[in-house]
Design a protein. Sequence first.
Length: 366
Amino acid sequence: MKISAIGEFALIERIRSILPRPHDTLLGIGDDCAALRPTAGTDLLLTTDLLVEGVDFTPQTITPFRLGRKAMGVNLSDIAAMGGMPRTALVTLAISPDEEIEFVDELYRGLREEGARFAVEVIGGDLSASSTLMIGVTLVGEVEAGRAVRRSGAKPGERIWITGRLGASAAGLTALRAGCRLRDDQIETPFEVSGSLREAIRQAIERHLCPIPRIREGRALAQAGVASAMIDLSDGLASDLVHLCRESGVSATIREDQIPIDQAASAIARRFGQEPLTLALQGGEDFELLFTSSWDPADVAAMFSDAVTVTAVGEIQEAGLGCRLERQDGTAIALTGGYNHFRRTERSAISTQPTATGVARRATSY
Ligand SMILES: [Mg+2]
């Protein structure tokens, strides 16, 4: 059945029945506003991210359930980047009246499931009709008063750290663009692949479609006072490092041989004639955390389990040097800004490689 057959108010009731009753709000769906009581001694964190069909996703490559998970996940990642705890969400949806009702059901099930992983419930939102599908999630989080980790706190001499490994999301997008599809956890490819490459493609597409927000890691870093500055890697290491340095008024050098590149990303890059380093630097949407710290490296490493690695990739320097990548051959290249929604040219995060292929496109949170 199409949405137009039941109309807006019945659709709202249907969405309400999919979502659980909020456990910690004064008021959820049904009144003019939702109401929430802030936890004493905390600052509120507010973030929003809009996913637009044809710009941020293509419906052919992502199921509505995964789209719901991703829409929630990218916002959770921004709360993680402040060292915060997510609390509750509002969801705005613009969708065609000709869309099937089941699409909306699945979308909200995805939003619910990803939120539930971090005790976040959808407590309100808005609906409108549009020929272009758009999903906007607004997330409210909390952090101990005065303890939000900003982008602006990095100081010369501090090490630059990254959680996890990079490049898998961009490699997954490369595979999707090559016609690979993930259906019911099985990979379909339009060409022959070995068993190991098939598994790499499955992992990379999964990572692209369902990011893993580093909430626990961000919380631990903030509560221990380890991170002086932090950002989540949504646009790509090259670009997001530039953002952090600009806000902190510092320069940075990172080293090629220290950048943790995901194994699946490396395998896919080789198959499609790409440089793994390019996926790691420019790919975007890895949603790992980049932070700076003056702490002893052993003490930082001791905070992380084997499940989520942490790697020192370089150092913060005095202002005026810019952001640089030292290559293994001893040369250095300048890192500049990355993908920009409102510029027509493709991203050119590495100035010596103006044309990147298979790059992820990301909305910028600002
Ligand atoms: Mg962010």
